[in-house]
Design a protein around this ligand. Structure first.
Ligand SMILES: [Zn+2]
Length: 375
């Protein structure tokens, strides 16, 4: 009896080349009109008690080949709890092959690059937050496929704070982070949220790229455009998602902004700043460094030793949100990167980096913002 493999669902992505018994040869579909591929999400049926051997090939050409080294695939049988499966990578097998071995207890198991965050769950998140006391809903605009760019607003203070996530749709940990942030911000009893809402007006966009999310893309929108390379000149034709966001920010101004992402290769949580922008000042740079230091002290899951190389003077890429928003508004802007793998400083052999840990990190980010504002 052969297993069955399906991916025709929300954020599904896999192509089946061959199935033989409990083994399969697979490929990842490219993002539409794009060369990027790395996100996978599929289910396997008919394998209770049998050891699966799932081989995803052609990965040396994927967006981040270094992401496969030391990576373990996510697996769930109830679509709620996501563990890690035994996984190995051989760059010399079939153009780079990830081999996943797993023996499911029940007859259906789900595999994904990271625990998925479905568009249905996104709508639940928006609905629940919008129904909370003191929270206003605002539609910023629409995606190319006509989906709303949802924004939740709260707080009576004057400091404009923006939190945005999932410009890169395959980085689903970013929306798990948002779920943690919104649970705190919408809780009238949460002391961190109460202080933030007293001092700030918060604008929260949990998913900047709903089309890419439901299509099972790694990095782009419906037209294959990388939204985090559009911030210098977003357009209605290519990147209406960014155009809507940037226009809304032009109305409110921005004092502090965090853009939430996931990183394929580096096994750590880290921030990237805006070094190299034309209007760089040591004073604004010090504000960013101070936030980073506060978060490092507060969260054992955050560190500052590992991260991206820093741009030289005048070399910042202004098509990226963090650089553009620091330049445009003099904002303390930053990109938060969470790992697809694990935080190697505090590893969890069972789950690796997970939805649960992403949500907890969001709480520490908000508490750090309170401390930053008070300093
Ligand atoms: Zn990203």
């Amino acid at each position: 009896m052969n297993i069955h493999i399906d991916a025709a669902f929300d954020s599904g992505n896999i192509e089946v080349l061959e199935i033989s018994g409990s083994g399969a040869r697979l490929r990842i579909r490219h993002d539409n009109e794009s060369e990027f591929y790395q996100w996978f999400h599929f289910r396997v049926a008919g394998a209770a008690g049998q050891e699966l051997e799932l081989k995803i090939g052609d990965l040396n050409g994927s967006a981040y080949p270094l992401g496969w080294r030391g990576y373990r695939a996510c697996v769930s049988e109830d679509r709620s709890y996501w563990a890690r499966a035994e996984t190995s990578f051989d760059k010399n097998e079939d153009g780079g092959t990830l081999t996943i071995r797993h023996t499911p207890d029940s007859d259906i198991a789900w595999f994904a690059y990271f625990a998925p965050y479905s568009l249905e769950r996104h709508h639940d998140l928006i609905a629940e937050a919008a129904a909370s006391e003191g929270v206003a809903y605002r539609c910023l605009g629409h995606s190319l496929d006509g989906r709303p760019i949802d924004c939740l607003e709260m707080g009576e203070g004057s400091i404009p704070v923006w939190l945005i996530a999932r410009q890169h749709p395959g980085e689903s940990m970013a929306e798990w982070w948002m779920e943690g942030a919104l649970e705190a911000l919408c809780d009238p009893a949460d002391p961190v949220a109460r202080l933030l809402r007293q001092k700030c007006r918060l604008h929260v966009v949990p998913n900047c790229n709903p089309d890419g999310s439901i299509r099972g893309h790694l990095r782009t929108n419906a037209a294959g455009v990388n939204l985090n390379r559009e911030w210098h000149e977003p357009s209605a034709e290519r990147s209406p998602e960014v155009l809507a966001l940037r226009n809304a920010m032009d109305e409110t101004g921005v004092r502090f902004v965090m853009d939430v992402h996931g990183d394929e290769a580096i096994p750590a949580n880290f921030l990237a700043g805006f070094e190299g922008i034309p209007s760089w000042s040591d004073e604004l740079g010090a504000q960013y460094q101070r936030y980073r230091s506060i978060l490092e002290r507060r969260s054992p899951d955050f560190q500052t030793a590992k991260g991206y190389p820093i741009a030289g003077a005048g070399k910042a890429n202004l098509s990226m949100s963090t650089n553009q928003l620091a330049e445009r508004f003099g904002a303390c802007a930053m990109t938060l990167e969470m790992p697809f793998k694990d935080n190697d400083d505090l590893p969890d052999p069972e789950q690796g980096w997970s939805p649960e840990r992403s949500k907890l990190l969001a709480r520490d980010c908000l508490a750090s913002l309170v401390e930053w504002l008070e300093g």
